[in-house]
Design a protein around this ligand. Structure first.
Ligand SMILES: Nc1ncnc2c1ncn2[C@@H]1O[C@H](COP(=O)(O)OP(=O)(O)OP(=O)(O)O)[C@@H](O)[C@H]1O
Ligand SMILES: [Mg+2]
Length: 338
């Protein structure tokens, strides 16, 4: 388990002022989960993540990894904890003068693994990341996706319990990103490695994270289950961040039309939306005009969004809204009404 306990990190900047990069952050990351950290540039995401393997010491507070206060370890203890934490980066950070196999082997050498062990494990690792046939080539002959696969093989070479990913897919095209995410998911499943993933791509979070932490100006503003946060953000900053995730823009004539309620229905994929909408029409004296809709997949869990106009008498509309609220994940009126 990783535990951030009132972690703050400050830096003096050029003008002698203090920058509070991370400000009193406390939360826990469970073993085996895939947790995303999102936020705008400068929010303190990388700085917070770097306290996990002590690339950055907290100015105050503690980062505790598997029961060890990371800031309070002797050199040898710290080295051991570091070997149990793998890290991958946006720019891959491979050694250009070493082959693919040598890059992976190097991580094991510095962890003091025996030559026999390295000889046996490197091919297994390259097999795992789908690069068995590239063992003897140099990184500059690889595509971005392949480079990141080498990065992943290297990061998991010493059987870490934790894998830290800082914008690991940000330099990759969407298809390659998907492949790399699938690989991360597989590694998480197979070995139970905890994955902490910083990204500015909300799609990445939707695809593989179970929980997400939203950071703004050094602080955690929201944390929770990805499905809940994406479909029902509480904090203004999160709402703004997610504004364009479910692009369901309607022509202004609908949103400005205020005589009929414009209703956004968010339903959990387990419920059949058709039945809910047709039930409304059957049970109440209203017409339902469907204007927009889509099904999104968050962490493989489908959920639908439907935007409808309700047409009818005031009290029938009221009853319909009441029914929808009770039978959907969330129902909200999104136009200004008189
Ligand atoms: N070594 C440092 N010295 C001085 N200031 C730093 C240092 N590292 C980070 N900062 C400052 O701390 C703040 C948080 O930076 P950080 O890199 O953690 O943000 P981030 O959320 O990872 O941003 P990005 O999405 O751009 O990577 C920024 O204002 C940054 O300029
Ligand atoms: Mg960063």
């Amino acid at each position: 388990m990783i535990k951030f306990d009132n972690v703050s990190v400050s830096f003096p900047n050029k003008n002698g002022k203090i920058v509070h990069a991370v400000n009193d952050v406390s939360f826990e990351i469970e073993d085996g989960e895939i947790l995303g950290i999102v936020g705008t540039s400068g929010a303190g995401k990388s700085t917070l993540l770097r306290t996990v393997n002590q690339l950055q010491l907290p100015t105050s507070g503690q980062t505790i990894v598997n029961g060890n206060d990371i800031g309070n370890l002797s050199g040898k203890e710290l080295a051991n904890v570091r070997h149990s934490i793998g890290m991958i980066f946006q720019q891959f950070n491979l050694i250009s003068t070493k082959t693919v196999a040598q890059n992976v082997a190097f991580a094991m050498e510095i962890a003091g693994r025996s030559r026999e062990e390295i000889k046996q494990r490197v091919p297994e690792l390259l097999e795992l990341v789908g690069l068995a046939d590239r063992a003897d080539v140099y990184p500059n002959t690889l595509s971005g996706g392949q480079k990141q696969r080498v990065g992943i093989a290297r990061a998991v070479a010493n059987n870490p319990k934790i894998l830290l990913c800082d914008e690991a897919t940000s330099a990759l095209d969407p298809e390659t990103t998907n492949d790399v995410l699938q690989l991360l998911k597989e590694i998480n499943n197979k070995f139970g490695i905890t994955i902490v993933l910083i990204t500015h791509e909300l799609d990445v979070v939707k695809k593989i994270c179970q929980r997400v932490v939203v950071m703004n100006k050094g602080e955690v503003v929201e944390i929770g289950n990805v499905f809940d946060i994406f479909t029902n953000p509480q904090h203004e900053f999160t709402k703004t961040l997610l504004l364009h995730t479910f692009d369901l823009d309607l022509p202004k004539r609908f949103t400005q039309e205020n005589s009929k309620p414009l209703v956004k229905i968010v339903y959990n994929g387990d419920k059949a939306e058709d039945a809910i909408v047709s039930n409304v029409v059957k049970q109440f004296a209203v017409d339902v005009n469907i204007l927009h809709g889509k099904i999104e997949y968050i962490n493989d869990r489908p959920f639908g969004i439907l935007i409808v106009q309700l047409i009818g008498e005031q009290d029938e509309i009221y009853k319909s809204l009441n029914y929808l609220s009770k039978n959907t994940y969330r129902t909200e009126v999104i136009n200004e009404r008189n």
